[in-house]
Design a protein around this ligand. Structure first.
Ligand code: BGP
Length: 486
């Protein structure tokens, strides 16, 4: 009799947030401005004009460097998690969360990135945060770099392009390992390390207009190499400082399908998938894939590597592979294929899939495909550390009936269970934005992901009160029954 698919008894159910999208307190208690604080501050630009809003100018960088405060933009405030974290952790504990993914804002620890001494108030905040999580039996899963590079550092070196940033990051991470070694076991180095290609400034502080001779690609791959080396050195140090620690890489998993069986579509799709996997390959296999090395040669991109880099990468690979999954993509070489407007990564419309209000194509089977593909390729434990539905939730008589979010997660959890039943080792699942936070891609508050509603609108107005959505009680039941009752 075949066994009924089920989740392992130690499956880590939980949620995920990031400092720059939740904490607020962007310039208090000694914190320096980060790149995230600069991209969202635009004088007199409504948040409704997201394209302009996300633009970067010398003016808003100068204001952020001056620590100029501005209550207009919620991204600078997040949802005030910095002051309300005990209330929010209590809600996560009430849901039964076994793990919570958070990030440490680098510029809260070293305000300029190269300070002679760390900011003790910043170190104390995260010590209190992780201690409170432990008190509530919530396992911390900590991201060391989630778009929070000190702005001073990015301006001084053009982000990760300069090798000095490797040393600054390793120093920051060693400080975190030393201070939190009794509290944190699970660590992620770079959030979506591949997004340096899509958002060079947000993720790596690289200002393309400052790139040498405008060859941004050269700088992006040089910056990416420095991140790979930094990730390996940090993995080494974490294992040395915290025996038994588990370090993961983190990939934006962009499962891509060919729109037709036309061989050209299949080849184009294969190249998209191989390019996506490359970013995890280096951190799992400890070396650049030969096809990538050849591709960089053909494109005239020469990465400066220091003696010992290859050995560093090879000797310090990650313990598990984590990834974000929101949607699948469809690729086509045909000019008539309807490309999805807006965000460039969305590809062409898949006629078989529904989409969210932001055009993200909803594909639970795509999550199972990703799990099978990643496990077969890497044969390391997998952790889904971001997945969720951004939607315009409405409060009606104090309630939020988000059945669409329950349906989304039920379908995705079912596919995880099926993948586990087929042999994939999955450590856990932290839903993105388990509490409503600021969107990274649009700076909107109205793109809500949470099981917990936060009373704040796109312009930053609101009481910041927290409300349990219908999905809060549903997820509570799923966790309590370890996925048996969905
Ligand atoms: C990922 C980021 C997260 C989160 C997520 C959702 O790329 O790692 O920080 O923002 O995207 O995207 P958005 O917030 O734009 O809806």
């Amino acid at each position: 009799m075949t066994s009924k698919p089920s989740f392992p008894k130690n499956f880590l159910w939980g949620g995920a947030i990031a400092a720059n999208q939740a904490e607020g307190a962007w310039n208090i208690d000694g914190k320096g401005p980060s790149v995230a604080d600069a991209i969202t501050w635009k004088p007199n630009v409504s948040l409704k004009d997201y394209s302009a809003h996300m633009a970067l100018t010398d003016e808003n960088i100068a204001d952020a460097l001056k620590g100029k405060n501005d209550e207009l933009y919620p991204k600078r405030r997040g949802i005030d998690f910095y002051h309300r974290y005990k209330e929010d952790l209590a809600l996560f504990a009430e849901m039964g969360c076994k793990v919570l993914r958070v990030s440490i804002a680098w510029s809260r620890i070293f305000p300029t990135g190269e300070d002679s001494e760390p900011n003790e108030a910043g170190l104390a905040f995260y010590h209190d945060l992780f201690s409170e999580m432990r008190r509530l039996n919530i396992e911390p899963l900590v991201t060391l770099s989630h778009y929070e590079m000190p702005l001073v550092l990015s301006e001084k070196y053009n982000g990760w392009v300069h090798r000095n940033v490797v040393d600054a990051f390793v120093r920051f991470c060693r400080m975190c390992f030393e201070r939190y070694k009794d509290l944190v076991v699970y660590w992620l180095t770079f959030n979506e390390i591949d997004s340096i290609r899509r958002h060079p400034f947000t993720t790596a502080g690289i200002r393309e207009e400052k790139s040498a001779e405008g060859c941004a690609e050269q700088d992006i791959y040089q910056g990416l190499h420095h991140q790979f080396v930094a990730s390996a050195l940090v993995t080494r140090d974490c294992h040395a400082i915290i025996p038994g620690s588990q370090v993961g890489c983190m990939l934006t998993k962009l499962t891509t399908y060919p729109r037709t069986c036309k061989p050209e579509d299949v080849e184009a799709t294969l190249k998209k998938n191989l390019e996506n996997l490359f970013y995890a390959d280096v951190q799992v296999f400890g070396a650049y894939p030969p096809l990538v090395t050849r591709d960089l040669e053909r494109r005239g991109i020469h990465i400066e590597m220091q003696p010992g880099d290859a050995e560093t990468l090879r000797a310090n690979t990650v313990d598990f592979v984590s990834f974000s999954y929101y949607m699948s993509l469809t690729e086509s070489t045909q000019p008539d294929a309807e490309r999805i407007p807006g965000n460039t990564i969305l590809g062409v419309k898949n006629p078989y899939l529904p989409a969210s209000e932001w055009g993200w194509q909803i594909d639970p089977v795509g999550l199972k495909i990703s799990l099978l593909e990643l496990y077969d390729r890497y044969q390391k434990p997998l952790f889904i550390v971001e997945c969720g539905l951004g939607a315009k939730d409405e409060v009606v008589a104090g309630k939020i009936h988000d059945d669409y979010r329950i349906d989304y997660f039920r379908a995705h959890f079912e596919q995880v269970k099926n993948a586990i039943d087929e042999g994939v080792e999955v450590m856990g699942f932290t839903t993105w934005g388990a509490i409503d936070i600021i969107s990274a891609g649009t700076s909107q508050m109205s793109k809500r992901y949470g099981f917990i509603y936060v009373d704040q609108d796109d312009e930053g107005a609101g009481s910041l009160a927290r409300l349990r959505k219908d999905s809060f009680y549903w997820y509570q039941k799923v966790i309590a029954t370890n996925g048996a009752d969905m």
